[in-house]
Design a protein around this ligand. Structure first.
Ligand code: FAD
Ligand code: FES
Ligand code: FES
Length: 479
């Protein structure tokens, strides 16, 4: 379908329900949390079809240019329910049915990528962004396990070659501009087009995944008129790897970033597994989660602890600065009008350097951090050499804990008495705020405990019960 005119800030959900009349897709929260509005977007990536569930309530219609949008109405094949729908019905996975289309679409996306029998955890992860208020999750998870274990070809897999071809034919590599100079949705195809368009319209709102900006539209009701979507810009979605570092383009989605950044350290992978939900990670980008300047974002503290730097471009000029210097104060970043985030450079861990990070939130899944701590410690002969420590949720910006770092240097992992100064130094570094997620006192206590936890884990004295991911000992002081 070709759309030549639409309101720049129109959401995919509104378009589906109000324009197309596809009312199977529901609106629950309108802020990306409940999954009632989940639809599946299929795109070509590296020559094959990739299916991802997205929350249509915070996806703008222009963002799906060149993609196939699959809704719950599309699943049945000549009146025969899709295996996921059949399993949901036979397993009694639905009561009032309001959440059901979204749950079916998340399971459908998982069905397409699942090779072999999934585990209960796999299905739980696939459904982390879908809430059900009445059925209870057991029959839903069992329906997912049953449907996704069959591995049978559905009509989508059978028609994959022709659909792939159709998608490839849509990829014209041209700039997209719908609207006029006063109100538009633009998706430049090259950095040159992006830089000149943004320099001409520095008042435009840049979107990448729109998992933040979508809420400005649906919740704050901001009358955003000019939108520049960076998701089509060639080169900004590249991931480059050298022996020393990873260079991650600003529009790389968090789903794509998980295995890459997770290869630096398994704690990065574990925190990112808990970043929002599959729907949020499918859209949300590495660049967006840094450019938003959030003091409670998960990525920034981890990247700061790893020593990352950020590359920005304005017109033809490109500059690079340490990521920690990008965050100036609450709501203020070192980014001038018309300048955009180009990529992040993330060093790999040097020899004898150990990383730990912990996300503390009220729920395991689909929750924003109350506190996030990230530690990068160089350890030789059981003693901390250099230390970089950063926290989220403890100040108006993601910030290094320089007193903690100083107190850690020289500390012996074998002598727990030496750890105390580092634990207490949290109080010198931060005066956190109280909010709905946690009081200032709670945050300070948690942050101090996390310093102790990181050292204790490296020293091998903590219990495996304190770990969600695997336990890793650097120096086993009990040996
Ligand atoms: C339900 C839900 C759960 C979430 N859970 C988490 C979570 O667990 N952890 C977490 O950290 N965050 C979470 N978030 C927040 C959000 O998903 C992330 O911050 C995300 O990474 C933002 O990326 P985006 O591409 O969607 O940004 P967008 O919404 O597109 O943009 C965010 C901001 O960055 C700017 N921007 C984007 N790209 C660029 C660029 N290249 N150059 C300049 N400016 C740019 C935009 O103008 C805007 O100001 C959640 C959000 C939702 C809705
Ligand atoms: S309506 Fe709740 S995630 Fe979209
Ligand atoms: S069946 Fe009612 S909300 Fe899930």
């Amino acid at each position: 379908m070709r759309l030549d005119r639409f309101t720049p800030r129109a959401t995919l959900l509104d378009w589906l329900r109000l324009d197309e009349g596809s009312t199977g897709t529901k609106e629950g929260c309108a802020e990306g949390d409940c999954g009632a509005c989940a639809v599946v977007v299929a795109r070509e990536r590296d020559g094959r079809l990739v299916y991802e569930p997205v929350n249509s309530c915070i996806t703008l219609i222009g963002q799906v240019d060149g993609a196939e949008v699959i809704t719950v109405e599309d699943l049945a094949d000549n009146g025969v329910l899709h295996p996921v729908q059949q399993a949901m019905a036979l397993r009694h996975g639905s009561q009032c049915g309001f959440c059901t289309p979204g749950i079916v679409m998340s399971l459908f996306a998982y069905y397409q990528q699942c090779a072999g029998a999934p585990s209960r955890e796999d299905i739980n992860d696939a459904l982390a962004g879908n809430l059900c208020r009445c059925t209870g999750y057991k029959p839903i998870v069992e329906a997912g396990l049953e449907a996704c274990s069959t591995g049978a070809d559905d009509s989508f897999r059978r028609r994959a070659p022709e659909r792939l071809k159709a998608l490839q034919s849509l990829d014209d590599g041209a700039d997209l501009f719908v609207g006029n100079e006063a109100a538009f949705f633009a998706a430049p195809a090259s950095e040159h087009s992006l830089a000149s368009l943004y320099a001409r319209h520095p008042d435009a709102t840049v979107i990448a995944g729109a998992t933040d900006v979508g809420l400005w539209i649906t919740k704050k009701l901001l009358p955003i008129e000019k939108i520049i979507h960076v998701g089509r810009v060639a080169g900004l979605s590249a991931i480059e790897e050298t022996a020393q570092e990873l260079a991650i383009g600003a529009t790389v989605s968090l789903s794509r970033a998980v295995p890459v950044l997770g290869s630096i350290d398994s704690d990065v992978a574990e925190v990112l597994r808990r970043f929002g939900s599959i729907q949020v990670r499918a859209c949300g980008t590495v660049g967006g989660s840094i450019a938003n300047g959030s003091p409670i974002g998960d990525l920034a503290p981890m990247l700061i602890a790893l020593g990352a730097s950020i590359e920005l471009r304005h017109g033809d000029s490109v500059r690079r600065l340490p990521l920690e210097d990008f965050f100036l104060e609450y709501g203020k970043q070192d980014r001038r009008e018309g300048e955009y985030v180009r990529r992040l450079h993330v060093p790999k861990l040097a020899a004898s350097t150990h990383f730990r990070s912990y996300k503390i939130s009220k729920r395991i899944d689909e929750d924003i951090s109350t506190v996030l701590a990230a530690f990068c410690l160089k350890i030789a002969d059981g003693r901390v050499g250099d230390a970089t420590v950063a926290f989220g949720g403890m100040a108006g910006i993601p910030k290094r804990a320089k007193s903690v770092e100083a107190a850690l240097r020289g500390v012996s992992l074998r002598d727990a008495r030496q750890w105390r100064a580092a634990v207490e130094a949290v109080g010198k570094d931060f005066t956190p705020l109280s909010d709905l997620r946690g009081s200032a006192a709670y945050r300070s206590r948690v942050a101090a405990n996390l310093v102790a936890k990181a050292i204790a884990e490296m020293a091998g004295v903590s219990s495996s019960l304190t770990r969600i991911a695997e336990r890793r000992v650097v120096v086993d002081v009990s040996a």
